[in-house]
Write a protein that binds this ligand. Sequence first.
Ligand SMILES: NC(=O)c1ccc[n+]([C@@H]2O[C@H](COP(=O)([O-])OP(=O)(O)OC[C@H]3O[C@@H](n4cnc5c(N)ncnc54)[C@H](OP(=O)(O)O)[C@@H]3O)[C@@H](O)[C@H]2O)c1
Length: 185
Amino acid sequence: MVALRIDGYVIVSADGMLANADRVMPIELKFEGDKQFFTTALDRADLIVHGRHSYEDQPNSPRRKRIVLTRTIDAIAPDPANPKAVLWNPAGATFEAICDFVGVVSGTVAIIGGPDVFGMFMDRYDTFWLSQAPRVRLPGGEPCFPGVPQHSPQDILAAHGMRAGETQILDAADDVSVTPWRRVV
Ligand SMILES: NC(=O)c1ccc[n+]([C@@H]2O[C@H](COP(=O)([O-])OP(=O)(O)OC[C@H]3O[C@@H](n4cnc5c(N)ncnc54)[C@H](OP(=O)(O)O)[C@@H]3O)[C@@H](O)[C@H]2O)c1
């Protein structure tokens, strides 16, 4: 497992939401610069991990090896809908076991949501790439991590041993940026 690098990716509204009140990621949270950043990162990843509703749906998505979390199976099962995907219920198999099963024992794993999946890996990220859309608010929306909005996403990352690196602007017109939160402890 030490050979695996684990990176997280999310874009959040000013109020820390990753989706609207209907649990859908709205058009207001989609920006070309962030999309390019995310696409490039996923193209470089060896494995993608996400919950059943967080498929990224990009042109290269069908080529990507992925693990999809679901409670509809006991532990590990092939995904009948996607030959590049395996279904995983963490209640029945460890992360190490599922990585072995899919044959990824080194390289980079990209964790792409939703909130509970982000929460599961909070003590394991090497870097969490937090994209922010400060002009967007999604009242009553879906918080990006467990513990938001009582705490900010930044406070949660810091509480889990990560510190902010240099922020990079992704879409200047809308002040959209990404900040790498890197593990220090
Ligand atoms: N803004 C962003 O960057 C961003 C990032 C990610 C997602 N999103 C959006 O946010 C929304 C996320 O949807 P969501 O809250 O439904 O999250 P999700 O994690 O994508 O899907 C939830 C489902 O995943 C499975 N799951 C999650 N945690 C699990 C666990 N610990 N063990 C087993 N199965 C687990 C369950 O599937 P079963 O029901 O099959 O058991 C659960 O119903 C979507 O609209 C997505 O597009 C936005």
